[in-house]
Design a protein around this ligand. Structure first.
Ligand code: MTE
Ligand code: MO
Length: 407
């Protein structure tokens, strides 16, 4: 637990918390950055255990990963991993997260309710690892035209990490599901500022909760979870949007009916059709809770406005991912989508992970080039050329062109 005291000491030294007299966590503002869309000016802010990240809001902390990080490694470093909280009193204070205080309870429609420390979870159940992408439903929302209300995020509300923990299914079986069990409800230690604000609580169908991929994770990339990413325990739901990946998870309740809390019945819902898309500006007839991620790919080695040299070969590189079917192919165009060429795929580190792709390119003459990448998964699902629209700006997955100049 060394990091807790040392990071707190650093923090107090910087005075961002105590000196300002703030009862909540505040980052230390550093440089300004400009996101590539209107009203995209953001502060780079330094939080405990994090390098300076792009700050969308400070209370609760919402921090984006600078896009260049995705070109450096397939696993997103813990100190660069994005942060999303909903409730004002977030993250929960470290005093509530200490090993002698923090407990996970499993209750509701179970034969044996459980109360477990993280150490008990670690020692009583098999430890397993999975490499998986965590992506916020609203990742890239800032790029929609016309603009859509909600956090104006660039592409940095995603990351890929190696998660280590125990299977949720093993813990549920130890508690013994009653035959009436229908959903499993997850709550964390973060709380709203106003009692009227609904607590952040999410639910999964029992069948999904029993899938062996779902973890109660205590480690990320070989380290304890960072405070802002859920220390000491979070849910990992590979293939599903981040909203289900409950942080500081302290309460699991098995229920015999559909859970109707705000963040399931009102928030995080999408149009009930295969693409989760409807005509811009219209209202969906029926909605369902957001669920699996769609296919995405990015060019990471060059960003909009970059310069390349005529006659000097460059290696175009990027990442692709989906909801765990696995990436079958990434096609790349250097002429705005007229011709496409297959990129080489890097070694797979798991179907839920970022998959690297590369393609050598030798710009033949000077001028402007529009680069595009388009991934297809093993089910044949691919990325649209134009953005699909839904009222909350979720699930953006269109091809994202990158314009570069050859000189
Ligand atoms: N306790 C708690 N868990 C939470 C949330 C939250 O507000 N509170 N937000 C969810 C959402 S919407 C996302 S996208 C992910 C973000 O995980 P991260 O902050 O580790 O990147 O956490 C999820 N888990
Ligand atoms: Mo999210």
């Amino acid at each position: 637990m060394k990091w807790i005291s040392s990071s707190r000491r650093d923090f107090l030294k910087r005075g961002a918390w105590a000196a300002a007299g703030l009862p909540w966590l505040a980052g230390q503002a550093q440089d300004l950055v400009q996101m590539p869309f209107e009203n995209g000016e953001r502060v780079m802010a330094k939080y405990p255990q994090k390098r300076p990240l792009i700050q969308l809001t400070s209370r609760p902390p919402q921090l984006e990963t600078p896009f260049s990080v995705f070109n450096e490694s397939l696993l997103t470093p813990n100190d660069a991993f994005f942060v999303r909280y909903h409730l004002t009193n977030s993250p929960p204070p470290q005093a509530k997260l200490q090993p002698d205080v923090f407990r996970l309870t499993v209750k509701g429609n179970v034969t044996t309710p459980l109360t477990l420390s993280v150490e008990e979870l670690r020692t009583r159940f098999e430890n397993v690892e999975t490499v998986a992408v965590l992506q916020c439903s609203g990742n890239s929302r800032g790029f929609f035209q016309p603009r859509i209300a909600g956090g104006q995020l660039g592409h940095g509300a995603m990351g890929c990490a190696r998660w280590r923990g125990v299977r949720l299914a093993d813990v549920l079986r130890a508690a013994g599901l009653e035959p009436t069990a229908r959903q499993v409800v997850f709550n964390g230690l973060d709380t709203p500022f106003l009692p009227a604000t609904p607590d952040f609580v999410k639910a999964l169908e029992v069948d999904l909760a029993l899938q062996p991929e779902l973890l109660l994770a205590f480690e990320m990339n070989g380290e304890p979870l960072p405070w802002l990413n859920g220390f000491p325990l979070r849910l990992v739901v590979p293939g599903y949007y981040g909203t289900y990946w409950l942080k500081q998870l302290s309460e699991i309740t098995v229920v015999d009916a559909e859970y109707k809390g705000f963040w399931m019945s009102t928030g995080y819902r999408i149009p009930d059709d295969p693409c989760a898309a409807i005509a811009p500006g219209t209202t969906p007839k029926r909605t369902v809770p957001i669920h699996r991620m769609n296919v995405r790919s990015f060019i990471t080695s060059l960003t909009d406005g970059a310069e390349v040299r005529v006659g000097t070969p460059v290696l175009l590189r990027g990442i692709a991912f989906d909801d765990g079917q696995g990436i079958r192919e990434v096609l790349v165009s250097v002429d705005g989508g007229r011709r496409w060429e297959a990129a080489s795929l890097g070694r797979s580190v798991g179907n839920y992970a970022f998959r690297e792709w590369t393609l050598p390119w030798d710009p033949p003459k000077g001028g402007r080039y529009t680069l595009m990448a388009r991934a297809t998964n093993r089910l044949g699902q691919s990325q649209p050329l134009e953005p699909l629209w839904n009222p909350a700006g979720y699930m953006r997955n269109c091809v994202e062109p990158v314009a570069v100049n050859a000189v």
